[in-house]
Design a protein around this ligand. Sequence first.
Ligand SMILES: Cc1ncc(COP(=O)(O)O)c(C=O)c1O
Length: 296
Amino acid sequence: MVSSHDFIDDKRNKNIKIYINGKFYKRKDAKISVFDSSTLLGDGIWDSLRYHNNNFIFLKEHLDRLYKDAKLIDLKIHLTRKKISEALIKTIKINKMKTDVHLRIIISRGIKSTPYQSPKVTISKPTIIIIPEYKKPDIKTYKKGLKLVTVKTIRGPINVQNPQINSLSKLNCILACIEANKKNADEALMFDINGNIATNNSTHFFFVKNKTVFTSTGKYCVTGITRQKIIDLCKKNKIKVKEKNFKLNEVLNADEAFCTGSFAGIVPVNQINKKKYSLKKNPITKELTNFYNNLF
Ligand SMILES: Cc1ncc(COP(=O)(O)O)c(C=O)c1O
């Protein structure tokens, strides 16, 4: 099995320094309180971005999403965007990193006086963590492609647990992932509440039919940065692209399918349920991969 997040093991990760609320800690000492909102309730948000060839990839877009998601869960990040950017830069500098880095930013609502949901018992500023790791996507993933499987766990409605938010409460995605893994698949293809295909458990989903690229409306997906880049690249390069509702049978009749995410970019799909897709005859996936890789 492969996954959209497979990476080449890198021994340097043993010695990384992790940012917690302005200070840096060795991997084994990077700890937060058991009373943190993240530990107690999964109450917070997160984002992941790459640092490649001395550059943060799509930093503005990642910060936009981080602050948008914070607002949606009524979490006031006490640091400005400039300060968060400075914290990211400091993290890279202190670790003397140059390329092939994947950073995870986690912002929880902060420490609580007691295990209870209400933000009223939060007694600190938000907890801010930045974990930088050397993670180079494994080339095997692109060569082999991903096997997807449809699962019973669906994407919920906006007014239950808004699936557009990159929240720390990832249970919905985790349960879908577990179901997929039990079916020997790499990633779960998830339906929305109306029986349309929405997205995957950790990446976004696209398919190609008669040279047109399709993806879901985005209503039931995490706001996807790579997803939006692909849509923009299609428009710029005169490849027809449509965001719309579609059912599984359309996908099973597709010519190509691929997944997208900040970590691995575009990863071709080799199979969905029993239907196989050729990784030799997927010209649009290849073309978009080239366009995408030329963005940074
Ligand atoms: C459920 C889910 N889908 C898709 C993605 C990929 O989004 P992006 O392209 O912004 O990395 C993520 C990543 O955070 C995710 O958690």
